[in-house]
Design a protein around this ligand. Structure first.
Ligand code: PRP
Ligand code: URA
Length: 209
């Protein structure tokens, strides 16, 4: 059963508020995005499967839980999703990393693909798909479709800020995926930017513009 979780942890909320502040510069913005991704990842991975494995402690031998199954894959949506990868990798350092390159047309707001490279055996992996912003939902919907087209159906989408419009569109297009949002904002403006939002996440992470 797929789930949508709005993370209401005070640490996540505090860090998102710092991100929103237009005075937050590139260095701090990057650090905050990474920290928020790690905190969100902790929550998103709470249902990872484990298996009992025998370990010899200095005291005795015991059956203890370890993560089971094929290593998961982190597939950020370029560019801004890249800013979340290190935070998630802190939790699962041996995860594979793929990339999906999409940019939003400034006029139509439609997503355009320019790159897609996924880890081998993607059909057997859990894919964590991070992108800080879910605005119209077009980019996330297309990225999820790419991954499904490669045979993978176990996908968790993770965004720092979502607009209600984008969340609804993603839920309708892909009702089978889990969605984790740091915060659900008010609405989109006429340029399809999230209000109050934080501006252009890619530009703020990479210091462009
Ligand atoms: C931003 C953001 C999402 C997308 C969200 O990327 O990182 O990928 O917009 O908008 P949507 O929900 O309406 O599709 P952008 O296209 O600006 O590219 P960038 O990450 O390279 O800046
Ligand atoms: N992409 C962003 O980076 N910010 C928004 O508010 C909407 C789309």
């Amino acid at each position: 059963m797929a789930t949508t979780v709005i993370l209401d942890h005070p640490l996540i909320q505090h860090k998102i508020s710092l991100l929103r502040d237009e005075r937050t510069g590139t260095r701090d913005f990057r650090i905050l995005v990474s920290e928020i991704a790690m905190l969100m990842g902790y929550e998103a991975m709470r249902d990872l499967p484990t298996e009992l494995v025998e370990v010899k402690t200095p005291i005795t031998t015991a059956q203890v839980p370890m993560l089971s199954g094929k290593k998961l894959a982190i597939v950020p949506i370029l560019r801004a999703g890249l800013g979340m990868v290190d935070g998630i990798l802190n939790l699962v350092p041996s995860a594979k990393v793929g990339h999906i390159g999409l940019y939003r047309d400034e006029v139509t707001h439609e997503p355009h693909e320019y790159f897609c490279k996924l880890p081998k055996g993607i059909e057997d992996r859990l894919v964590i798909l991070p992108d800080p912003m879910l605005a119209t939902g077009g980019s996330a919907i297309q990225a999820v479709q790419f991954i499904k087209d490669k045979g993978c159906n176990h996908i968790k989408f993770m965004c720092i800020i979502a607009a209600p419009e984008g969340l609804k569109a993603l839920q309708q297009a892909h009702p089978d995926i889990d969605i984790y949002c740091g915060c659900l904002d008010e609405h989109l403006n006429e340029d399809a930017y999230i209000v109050p939002g934080l501006g252009d996440a890619g530009d703020r992470i990479f210091g462009t513009k």
